[in-house]
Ligand binder design. Structure first.
Ligand code: GLC
Length: 560
C-alpha cells in the first residue's frame, strides 16, 4: 500500500467531524495518575496525549471530572463548572484541550443534567431553606405518605436499588432516581434550565467540541398528584406520555441546547445516552434540531451472533438515514461488563450479552466459566466489524489492550453505589471495568501512577500493559492502531452493501469505495478465494477467515 494513501487524513475542520468519528472514552479517575495519589487526573491525560494520538482516535469523551464526593464515580456533580481539585484545575483542563487539539483530537465532556450531587450549593441551600422555600423548588421535594408523612411519597425504586425518595431532617422527602446523593433536578424550573445553558457555554468557550448527555431521557417529569404507584407506572406506555421516562416535552430542552451549540463554529455536538423503548423513540434525540446523535446500545446487549448483528446494523443504518444523523456503535463503556469477557462466557450464545456478564460478575467471576481466549478473539472480530461500519464508534479505555472485566475486587474495595444498594441489574456493580489502566508490566500500580491505584489491579494486568503491547505486533493494541489508521481510508459515504456469503454465520459487506469487511461468527473457516491476497487487516489462514474473526479487504490495487 502506498505511503501517500496511508498518511491521508480526513478533513477534520468540517462541522461534520463527528459523523464517523472514533471516540475514545476516558474514565478520568482510572486513566493515568500524574500526581501519584492513586486517582487518575487531568495532567495524567496530558501526559498520555501522545498515546492517544498514536492510537489514532478522532476524539475523546471524558466521563465526569467535576468536583464530586464520588457517590457515583463522579456522576454526582457538585459543581458543573469546575474541575475536582483531586483531578487538577481549570488551567490543567485548558492545557489538556490544547494538547489534544494540537494532536487533532476533539474533546467531548459529560453533562449530567438529571441530578446533581447532594453537595451542590443549590441542594445545600434547599436543605437549609426548609419546606416551602423557593430553593426547594429547584429539586423535587414532597411530603411523605402515611398518617404522619413518615412513609415515602410513593413506592418507586431508584436505579441503584432502594427507595427513590430520601427523607430530610424537617420530614420532607426528595426524589433521587439514582443514589440518595444524587437528587433529581426539577426541570420545570427556569433557573435549572438557564444554569445548564450557562454550563454548556462555559465548556464550549473553553474549546470543548461536544457533549455526552447522561440519562438524557429522564429530565422532564409529570409529577402531578396523585402520583402513580410503581405498578401503575409499569403499565403505562412509553410513547412520550410516561410520567418519568422519555417524555416528548424533554425535546424542548434539547431544542434550546441546540441553539446554544449552533452559536459556535463549528457547532458543538452532542450525543444522548437515552435508554428508550424503540429505535424510533431514540431517533428523536438524534434529530438535527436536538442533540444530533444518540447512543445505539443494541450491539452492546446482543450476543456474538451473525443474525443479531446483521439486523441491528441494518435497522440502525436505516434509522440514521431517516433522521439525517449518523449512527453510533458501542460494545463497552464504564457501565457494563467488558465485551472481551461477555463474549468468553459459557453458554456463549442465546442470552442477552450484557446480562450474561452481570451474572458472571455477581457470581464472583468463576474462572471455569470464562474462556478468555475465545472472548478476546470474538472481541477483536466484533470491534473490527464495528470500525468498518458507517457511523461513529465509541471505544472504552482499556479495550484497546484487550482487558477483561476484573471480577476479583473484594467487597470492602468496591465503590459502585449499585453494589452497596443491591441494584438487581448491576450485580456486583460496575467497578470491574473501571480498574485503572496498566501502563507498565511491573512497578507500583503498573505505571498508572502512585503506589496503589484506587481500585485494585489484578496480577494478570501485567501482560496487557501498554509497554508490553506496544512491543508486540500481534497485540490487541497493535490491532487497534492499525484498524484506526486504515479506517481513515475506509470511511467514505455512510453506506454499505451486503454481500451474500451462502453462510448464515458469516457477514460480508462492501463500502462504496470498495473496501470489504468479512466477519466469521461461526466455527468453520470461511474461504476467501482470490480476495485473500487483498486482506490488509485480520488474519487469513490458508486463504480463509478463521472462526470468530474479521478481516478487512482493501479495494483491488491498493495492496502491492
Ligand atoms: C448514566 C451513567 C452512569 C451513572 C448514571 C447516573 O447511566 O453512564 O455511570 O451511574 O447515569 O448518572
Amino acid at each position: 500500500m502506498t505511503d501517500a494513501l496511508l498518511t491521508e487524513t480526513r478533513d477534520d475542520t468540517t462541522a461534520a467531524w463527528w459523523r464517523q468519528a472514533a471516540v475514545y472514552q476516558i474514565y478520568p479517575r482510572s486513566f493515568a495518575d500524574a500526581n501519584g495519589d492513586g486517582l487518575g487526573d487531568i495532567p495524567g491525560i496530558v501526559s498520555r496525549a501522545d498515546y492517544l494520538q498514536e492510537l489514532g482516535i478522532d476524539a475523546v469523551w471524558l466521563s465526569p471530572f467535576y468536583p464530586s464526593a464520588l457517590a457515583d464515580g463522579g456522576y454526582d456533580v457538585a459543581d458543573y463548572r469546575d474541575v475536582d481539585p483531586r483531578l487538577g484545575t481549570l488551567d490543567d483542563f485548558d492545557d489538556m484541550v490544547a494538547a489534544l487539539h494540537e494532536r487533532g483530537i476533539r474533546v467531548v465532556v459529560d453533562i449530567v443534567p438529571n441530578h446533581s450531587s447532594d453537595l451542590h450549593e443549590w441542594f445545600q441551600e434547599a436543605l437549609a431553606a426548609g419546606r416551602g422555600s423557593a430553593a426547594r423548588e429547584r429539586y423535587i421535594f414532597r411530603e411523605g405518605s402515611g398518617p404522619d408523612g413518615s412513609e415515602p411519597p410513593t413506592d418507586w425504586t431508584a436505579a441503584f436499588g432502594g427507595s427513590a425518595w430520601e427523607r430530610v431532617e424537617d420530614g420532607q422527602w426528595y426524589l433521587h432516581s439514582f443514589a440518595p446523593e444524587q437528587p433529581d433536578f426539577n426541570w420545570d424550573h427556569p433557573e435549572v434550565r438557564e444554569d445548564f445553558l450557562t454550563t454548556l457555554r462555559f465548556w464550549s468557550d473553553r474549546g470543548v467540541d461536544g457533549f455526552r448527555i447522561d440519562v438524557a431521557h429522564m429530565l422532564t417529569k409529570d409529577l402531578s398528584e396523585p402520583l402513580p404507584s410503581s405498578a401503575e407506572l409499569e403499565g403505562m406506555p412509553h410513547d412520550g406520555t410516561h410520567p418519568l421516562h422519555d417524555r416528548d416535552d424533554v425535546h424542548e430542552i434539547y431544542a434550546e441546547w441546540r441553539r446554544v451549540f449552533d452559536e459556535y463554529d463549528p457547532p458543538r455536538t452532542a450525543v444522548a445516552e437515552a435508554w428508550v423503548s424503540t429505535p424510533e423513540r431514540r431517533a428523536r434525540y438524534a434529530s438535527a434540531e436536538g442533540l444530533g446523535q444518540a447512543f445505539n446500545f443494541d450491539l452492546l446487549v446482543a450476543d456474538f451472533d451473525a443474525a443479531q448483528f446483521r439486523t441491528i446494523i441494518a435497522d440502525n443504518l436505516a434509522q440514521a438515514d431517516a433522521t439525517g444523523s449518523s449512527t453510533t456503535w458501542v460494545l463497552s463503556n464504564h457501565d457494563v461488563t467488558r465485551h472481551a469477557t461477555r463474549y468468553g462466557l459459557a453458554p456463549l450464545n442465546g442470552r442477552e450479552g450484557v446480562k450474561q456478564g452481570v451474572e458472571w460478575v455477581a457470581a464472583g467471576g468463576p474462572a471455569d466459566q470464562l474462556d478468555r481466549e475465545t472472548g478476546l478473539r470474538r472481541a477483536h472480530a466484533a470491534t473490527l466489524l464495528l470500525l468498518g461500519l458507517p457511523g461513529s464508534t465509541y471505544l472504552y479505555q482499556g479495550e484497546e489492550l484487550g482487558l477483561q472485566e476484573v471480577a476479583e475486587i473484594a467487597p470492602e474495595q468496591r465503590q459502585d453505589p449499585s453494589f452497596f444498594r443491591g441494584a438487581v441489574f448491576d450485580g456486583l456493580g460496575r467497578d470491574g471495568c473501571r480498574v485503572p489502566l496498566p501502563w507498565t508490566a511491573s512497578g507500583p500500580s503498573f505505571g498508572f501512577g502512585g503506589i496503589e491505584a484506587h481500585l485494585p489491579q489484578p496480577a494478570w494486568f501485567a501482560e496487557h500493559a501498554v509497554e508490553v503491547e506496544e512491543a508486540d505486533p500481534q497485540s490487541t493494541l497493535s490491532l487497534y492502531r492499525e484498524a484506526l489508521r486504515l479506517r481513515r481510508l475506509l470511511q467514505t459515504d455512510e453506506s454499505l452493501e451486503w454481500i451474500e456469503t451462502g453462510r448464515a454465520d458469516v457477514l460480508r459487506f462492501a463500502r462504496p469505495n470498495g473496501w470489504q469487511i468479512v466477519t466469521n461468527f461461526g466455527s468453520e473457516p470461511f474461504d476467501l478465494g482470490a480476495d485473500a491476497a487483498e486482506v490488509v487487516l485480520g488474519a487469513v489462514v490458508d486463504g480463509a477467515v478463521p472462526a470468530d474473526s474479521t478481516v478487512w479487504i482493501a479495494p483491488a490495487g491498493l495492496v502491492g
